[in-house]
Design a protein around this ligand. Sequence first.
Ligand code: NAD
Ligand code: ZN
Ligand code: ZN
Length: 344
Amino acid sequence: MKALQYREIGSAPEVVTVPDLEPGPGQVLVKVTAAGVCHSDIAVMSWPAEGFPYPLPLTLGHEGVGVVAGLGAGVAGLAEGDAVAVYGPWGCGTCAKCAEGKENYCLRAAELGIMPPGLGAPGSMAEYMLVDSARHLVPIAGMDPVATVPLTDAGLTPYHAIKSALPKLLPGSTAVVIGTGGLGHVAIQLLRAMSAARVVALDVSEDKLALARTVGAHEAFPSDGEAAGRIRELTGGRGAAAVFDFVGIAPTVEIARQAVGVEGDVVLVGIGGAGLPVGFGHTPFDASVKAPYWGSRSELFEVLDLARAGLVSVHTETYSLDEAPLAYERLHEGKVNGRAVILP
Ligand code: NAD
Ligand code: ZN
Ligand code: ZN
């Protein structure tokens, strides 16, 4: 079968032929109908050889949906032909965090060598993929694969980030979204669906700002040296109740620091490498800084329900598997408006 693989440190990903897959005991074979392209893959492909955490070659893709095509010994509760979404942050299934459905925060994944598909284990950018447990699959009967696949990360990750800040997003409050790309343009919709907060979007691209307005941002303006001042002004000096940074580089983290209000949340989702010290002289009184990762199993069900209710819809552009390297190039150049989806 064909797969898109990252094969050599520093090289572009390549479409190659790899051996067909057979589900082992407990595993599910999924025929992939759509796979999403995430900026995290670009980060992974920029990491140096020293300390690179995953075995190569690596079949990319940590957003995947498809149809059950084969069941390994002992798998129950699924049938061939079922339409499913892959919950990506695989955990051990038995620790205290996994027991809560928070496999994204599994206490034993590192020790047991459990890695998400596309981020260590073979991913969804292939005709078929193996899913290690039926537990990692969520039913999506009747949902469109292209519209649904980004929800597994570009939807789930901001959902998890926003959910924990919800008690602060009261009527009259302001939420800021920095970086309105794949995750950010979904975050705007989630904020509108889940809260009464005024939503302010920042980006460096006019096209992305236009998309931000289309999907519901009340205000959208450039992410520059004046952005934090404009937010302070808009909020009558109060600052934002929550700032969600989907970039995570020094200039955006600085905007977040200057824009957040007392008791506000700065939520760093982007993995651009910058952090933010909390404390007197650094952040307003009682502000907190968090760096969440992906989301829980039950939150994926919740995001899918929001989509079924018509409250979230991802802007997508599609590519064949052969065109997948081009999709990564375009994402790297900032040319993807919304989410790129591969159709293997
Ligand atoms: P994307 O490329 O689709 O979107 C990034 C957006 O940021 C683009 O619209 C770009 O124009 C904008 N941008 C770039 N520089 C900016 C700046 N200085 N100020 C404001 N906007 C700026 O990327 P994505 O796939 O949405 O991923 C966003 C980030 O989230 C990445 O860093 C990715 O690795 C990370 N991520 C984290 C998690 C997690 O669990 N924490 C999960 C998924 C993705
Ligand atoms: Zn991702
Ligand atoms: Zn666990």
